[in-house]
Design a protein around this ligand. Structure first.
Ligand code: NDP
Length: 330
């Protein structure tokens, strides 16, 4: 008899988009090299966009979101992999237009699959998920550009969110001084507990003065929100600093001038976790499993089941998520 499994399915209706837990068969999954029994997934902002009908993320419905999954290989003919291998998948097309990780099974191409690194459990890999991988890529960009722990404070925006909170925890682990930029006054204790030494309100980084440069305050910055917050960061990073950009919850536009670049020599580093090359992924995950792994990883997360996802999706869409939501699949 054919194997059945449960998943969250988002469907379009006259009243918008609604999700329900449904039963599917393995044959319903797309073709692929590797069938994975999923143990954990996680909730990212992009999943919430997919679950609420954003056609820039997901073109056709019904659809199972979930851009992250960690689990065990159930079947494969691919020479590099065997049944029982512990693996994780983040990004590429998973959960966008390929049935995603909010399900007991996924089937994907071999090049999407990363071997679980030593030092990380499946559960921990999904506390990180795409958010943690993106935080890792952002830290790697700072290091590559010479923004080391002794160069000064690093600003992290969207500080209580998934990418922001993990970035703070990793930077703290690496000995950086971190300034958290947050819109949530009630989360100051959380931000201090994961390693922020200073917290400023998001409104302080929403400069409307029209000045081309501001007084410098950061050696570098990890921006997760975009819009005018990113434009403001560019004006207040020290000479030779780097600002990384991965997100757009504050806006997709960037109104800036050339002056931060030509007068202060700063760098703007774009971060993409989705198409990041397969062959370079293992090195980032190995850092996340060892030297970069925060002691506080477990305090960044709360665990939910598939049936809790609709509420959690609303929370993240409303910008009210603190840390990471880990999705326990079984
Ligand atoms: P979260 O929703 O977990 O975090 C976003 C945080 O941004 C919120 O918690 C809040 O933090 C802050 N925020 C919310 N609304 C606004 C607003 N209107 N203006 C300014 N700040 C706001 O999302 P993630 O951390 O998962 O993702 C953050 C961004 O990064 C998203 O845009 C996402 O799409 C993008 N992303 C991009 C990736 C890539 O590969 N380029 C990969 C992963 C994510 P606070 O209240 O503390 O300010």
């Amino acid at each position: 008899m054919e194997t059945t499994f449960q998943c969250l399915l988002v469907s379009e209706s006259a009243n918008g988009y609604a999700s329900a837990i449904v039963t599917k068969t393995i044959n319903d999954l797309p073709e692929g090299d590797i069938l994975i029994r999923v143990r954990y997934s996680s909730l990212n902002y992009k999943d919430a966009l997919s679950a609420s009908g954003n056609r820039g993320v997901t073109r056709t419905y019904p659809h199972t979101p979930g851009i992250d999954a960690a689990g065990v290989i159930e079947s494969t003919n691919h020479p590099d992999w065997k049944v029982g291998d512990e693996v994780l998948v983040t990004g590429f097309d998973l959960g966008m237009n390929t049935s995603g990780g909010f399900a007991q099974y996924i089937r994907v191409p071999a090049r999407w699959v990363v071997r679980l690194p030593k030092g990380l459990s499946l559960r921990e890999s999904m506390i990180y998920g795409t958010a943690g991988f993106t935080a890792g890529l952002s830290v790697a960009a700072l290091l590559k550009n010479g923004v080391t722990a002794d160069t000064g404070s690093i600003g992290v925006t969207g500080a209580t969110g998934g990418v922001g909170s993990i970035a703070i925890a990793i930077l703290h682990r690496l000995g950086y001084t971190v300034t958290a930029v947050s819109g949530k006054a009630a989360s100051h204790h959380f931000l201090t507990s994961i390693g922020a030494s200073d917290i400023i309100n998001r409104a302080e980084l929403d400069d409307t003065s029209g000045k081309i440069l501001l007084k410098t305050r950061f050696a570098g910055a990890i921006d997760t929100v975009g819009g005018n917050v990113l434009a403001t960061l560019l004006k207040c990073v020290h000479y030779g600093g780097t600002v990384t950009a991965c997100g757009m919850v504050n806006g997709g536009e960037l109104n800036t001038t050339v002056f931060p670049f030509i007068l202060r020599g700063i760098q703007l580093a774009g971060i993409d976790s989705v198409e990041f090359p397969s062959e370079k992924r293992a090195a980032i995950w190995q850092n996340l499993a060892t030297d970069w792994k925060p002691d506080t990883l477990d305090t960044l997360v709360h665990e939910i089941g598939l049936s809790d996802l609709p509420d959690a999706i609303q929370t993240i869409l409303n910008g009210r998520m603190q840390g990471r939501a880990l999705v326990r699949i079984e």
